[in-house]
Design a protein around this ligand. Sequence first.
Ligand SMILES: [Zn+2]
Length: 186
Amino acid sequence: MPVQCELDWRFFQVITPWLPLDVVCRIRPARCGNCGEFHPQHIHSYRDRNMVLADGTSAAILVVRFRCPYCKRTITALPKECLVRNQHEGETVVGCLEHRLLTGHTMDNPAASRPLQRYWYSGLCWQLAEISCRLEPHEAAGILHSWPVFSVLCAKPFRRLSWCDVVFRPDAYHHPLFLAIHIDSS
Ligand SMILES: [Zn+2]
């Protein structure tokens, strides 16, 4: 389960095989997003991840997977600029999509080829069509900006919820929810 935290990706840069304790403490969810237990999550593992930055260069980061001691579900805490299943910085993706929505054209961007931008745009259109089939460009851009950055290209099973809106079901860990949650961990 991916969870966005409020820390910049630079806190996650690979310097040692693990992250500093103070960073882990700041991104550790205080509550399980699956069963809802208020219990600090255990560190489960670290995972390498590549980030493509806005200027087209890339950086290696480490993300932490936490594990709930009760339901055993793992939660991956992502920096605020990261997208789920996408290496590009959120600013790049949102910028390209907004440009396409408002101008009707892909933009010249060192970090994202035009075919890639078209692929992102088709995913966005598919999601917007779930909301309404008649959206003005500025309305679509408003919706795009209202979503947590990391969920902009989320596939269908994800629901966008803020942490305070999560409703837990007693049988949740038998039927996992897929949530895109913005947590305030700062
Ligand atoms: Zn749990």
